[in-house]
Design a protein around this ligand. Structure first.
Ligand code: ATR
Length: 290
């Protein structure tokens, strides 16, 4: 990669940022597609987010990704916010426009593209969503927007599931999210479900943990999608497979949130062959360090 007077800069703001794989995604794409762009991690200390966004704009940065803990807080520093990101209340991608940055949520579009690519449908589906934290809340919005028939939102703390359901149902204008206590999973109506695992349970190094251990639960699951990608195969995924379902990890979601951000910044469509190159690099990283 040759840096010159015309090289455009993109980066990731967050705290911490040192474990990010986004530079691998974006610099690989820039090289493969011949774009004069470089992507770097940019650590932003607590209390300095506003300054950082204004400074990035003043320095002519083309775009930014935003990670923990700034995905919601960054909204007040933006010129404009895309509708899905506004509803979710979280932004992970800033795109330079006249007068300021516009915010998007490519995490959710990325999840949608990852699912579509695997032939997983949301529209018309009966879905079980495990968790009601930041990630699960965004998935609940996505499912509502993309036309899920019903989403049973199971959480250890019922209050949180109820709060998410109230909010998403209100925004969707229909009773699509049904909050339930995690421990009451046996009360789920009979049927076959797509299950999305949106809690932090099972994340490396706690690879033996799983949010529901009872095998009978997994008999109801035709497809399991875990947002976790480290370990490569979570206990949740193993249980889905052991009971005859198909299971996917969250790596393609990570991949596609990056692809979509890259497309927004460079106003291109990334060819599938280049997506595959990046995927193989990411996969090698995780299968090597497991
Ligand atoms: P994120 O932003 O990644 O979603 P979060 O907002 O901290 O993280 O949410 C974590 C989710 O994992 C929550 O749904 C949490 O359940 P509670 O709302 O009851 O806290 C869930 N979670 C974490 N540890 C859990 C455990 N041991 N058993 C069940 N659920 C758990």
């Amino acid at each position: 990669m040759k840096i010159n007077g015309k090289t455009r800069i993109c980066g990731l703001i967050g705290n911490p940022v040192e474990h990010t794989l986004s530079p691998m995604i974006h610099n690989t794409l820039a090289q493969a597609l011949g774009h004069d762009m470089v992507y770097v991690p940019l650590l932003v200390e607590a209390g300095r987010l506003k300054e950082a966004v204004a400074g990035a704009y003043a320095l002519n940065l083309l775009g930014l990704n935003v990670t923990v803990p700034y995905k919601s807080q960054v909204i007040e520093s933006l010129q404009e916010v895309d509708e899905l990101a506004r509803n979710i209340g979280a932004v992970n991608t800033l795109v330079r426009t006249e007068g300021g940055y516009k915010g998007y949520n490519t995490d959710m579009e990325g999840l949608y593209r990852a699912m579509t690519g695997e032939g997983i449908r949301i529209e018309g589906e009966q879905i079980i969503l495990l968790g009601a934290g930041g990630a699960a809340r965004a998935v609940a919005y996505l499912c509502a927007v993309k036309g899920a028939a019903k989403v049973y939102l199971l959480n250890r703390t019922l209050d949180k599931a109820q709060a998410v359901a109230r909010e998403v149902n209100h925004a969707a204008g229909r009773e699509v999210i049904v909050p339930m206590l995690l421990a009451a999973y046996a009360n789920l109506p009979a049927g076959q479900y797509l299950a999305i695992q949106g809690t932090s349970v099972g994340l490396s190094p706690h690879v033996e943990d799983v949010v529901i251990a009872d095998e009978t639960f997994y008999e109801k699951i035709h497809t399991g999608f875990d947002l976790i990608y480290s370990p490569w195969e979570t206990r949740f995924m193993q249980l889905v497979k052991a009971n005859g379902g198909r299971a996917y990890n969250g790596l393609k979601m990570l991949l596609y949130q990056g692809i979509i951000a890259y497309e927004l910044w460079n106003q291109v469509t990334v060819p599938e062959a280049d997506v595959q190159v990046v995927y193989e690099k990411l996969k090698a990283h995780f299968t090597r360090t497991d």
